[in-house]
Design a protein around this ligand. Structure first.
Ligand SMILES: Cc1cc2nc3c(=O)[nH]c(=O)nc-3n(C[C@H](O)[C@H](O)[C@H](O)COP(=O)(O)OP(=O)(O)OC[C@H]3O[C@@H](n4cnc5c(N)ncnc54)[C@H](O)[C@@H]3O)c2cc1C
Length: 397
């Protein structure tokens, strides 16, 4: 594995740095610095800048709008965007349903949906999980019954991230109740404005409205919105989950996070010395940095494999476990570093707020971020399930 960047890669890195410095939306940067809650328009503002430049979907094949970058260039891109603290683009269109559509979709589906995912015109959500069907996803019960050239869908989805903003959702539904679990599922694209869909908010521990329940009652979906064959939706579902787990390690963002913790620990006092001088705290940062470096090398090994034409294998489970644990440890250290300033539980300025936050700016989101980040070991397939995958696929147990 060659760990040195080539002169071309270094030139690419400079180009990326200059582009971000010149084009990252100033208003968005301001809101991030203030710890404000971000709106749909905020999320889309960076997306649209990248769409215009043609850089919004680096992993897509060039024929569908991808950049044609090498795996190393994609790595540089994620490093540089994290380093510059750019917000993460919503993955549901770009990293999830987009690849399913260009891999399994009809020419009409590709022409209709892919350009709108790239431009940011359609915001997507993922309707997989149901109450009782999360880890055991194939047991899902939302059913779709054929009625002429439509399916009639009834059921309930849950934990549907950002469905409150979604124009479209991709849903797993049961089309054959008599077949073996995995063999009776289809993959439907559903317009979220269709009558019979109700999105109900779930407010999380951090006080945020990020996830939802989605209820479907007699929702009529044209058959032409089914991707791939009827009852073969599990093939698309599995393909999508492998894509969901790559990039989930979040190495670049965690590196940036460690720098932020160090900055806080230099500013916060522990008695008459900065916290950074406290040997116990220093040790915790050092341990985290070592684990992150190990994870980075594992990710680079996996990238080197990808460059050599190997798809994401069971190592994506390892990346997910270690990456998510590191993200949680980072928020624990941040909360520890801000001390009592973490307690007031300030969630950032919402519309119309005129309350003055307590403590320095970097403390405002420490508590809600700590609580929010408990999710990382659950979503994208819980860490216990990832350990099962490693036990079976890597250790042969
Ligand atoms: C913040 C957040 C956002 C999410 N966003 C979405 C979304 O947009 N769309 C979507 O469809 N889903 C979403 N999910 C759902 C997520 O995929 C599920 O929560 C996850 O798959 C776990 O399923 P579950 O919640 O039903 O828990 P369960 O499957 O009931 O698991 C409960 C516990 O038992 C453990 N467990 C279960 N089975 C096993 C086993 N075989 N071996 C060992 N341990 C086991 C689990 O690890 C977990 O600790 C989101 C979840 C969260 C927390």
């Amino acid at each position: 594995m060659d760990l040195e960047f080539s002169p071309e890669d270094l030139a690419f890195r400079d180009e990326v740095r200059a582009f971000i410095a010149e084009n990252y939306p100033a208003e968005l940067r301001g809101k991030q610095d203030e710890g404000d809650e971000l709106s749909k328009e905020d999320f889309l503002s960076w997306h649209k800048v990248l769409a215009k430049k043609g850089w919004v979907a680096p992993a897509w094949p060039v024929e569908y709008g991808g950049t044609g970058w090498t795996a190393t260039q994609r790595y540089i891109w994620s490093e540089e965007t994290a380093r510059a603290d750019c917000i993460r683009l919503m993955p549901f269109g770009l990293s999830m349903v987009g690849p399913v559509i260009y891999t399994f979709g009809t020419p009409e589906q590709k022409a209709r949906f892919l350009p709108r995912i790239l431009s940011g015109e359609d915001w997507w959500c993922q309707g997989y999980s149901e109450p009782g069907s999360g880890s055991d996803l194939a047991s899902l019960r939302t059913k779709a019954v054929r009625d002429g050239d439509h399916y009639v869908v009834n059921g309930q989805k849950t934990w549907t991230t950002m469905a409150q903003h979604a124009d479209w959702g991709f849903f797993l539904v049961r089309t054959d109740p008599d077949a073996k679990q995995q063999e009776g599922i289809s993959f439907l694209l559903i317009d979220m404005k269709t009558p019979g869909i109700e999105v109900r908010p779930i407010i999380t521990l951090g006080g945020e409205h990020e996830v939802n329940e989605v209820w479907l009652e007699d929702v009529r979906v044209p058959v032409e919105n089914r991707v791939y064959e009827e009852n073969k939706g599990w093939t698309c579902a599995k393909f999508l989950l492998a894509h969901e787990r790559t990039g989930i390690a979040g190495v670049a963002a965690s590196k940036r996070g460690i720098e932020k913790v160090k900055t806080i620990a230099r500013a916060e006092m522990d008695g008459d010395k900065p916290l950074i001088a406290n040997a116990f705290f220093k040790r915790k940062i050092a341990e985290l940095e070592m684990d992150l470096t190990a994870l980075e090398f594992t990710e680079l090994r996996s990238l080197a494999g990808e460059s050599a034409g190997k798809g994401p294998g069971p190592e994506s489970s390892l990346l997910k476990i270690k990456g998510s644990e590191i993200q949680q440890r980072l928020t624990e250290l941040t909360l520890e570093a801000v001390g009592h300033y973490g307690a007031p539980y300030f969630r950032g300025f919402g519309e119309g707020d005129n309350e003055h936050p307590i403590g320095p700016d970097y403390a405002h989101r420490a508590a809600p971020t700590y609580f929010n980040t408990r999710k990382t070991t659950i979503y994208g397939g819980s860490n216990e399930i990832q350990r099962n995958i490693i036990a079976k696929m890597v250790l042969g147990l």
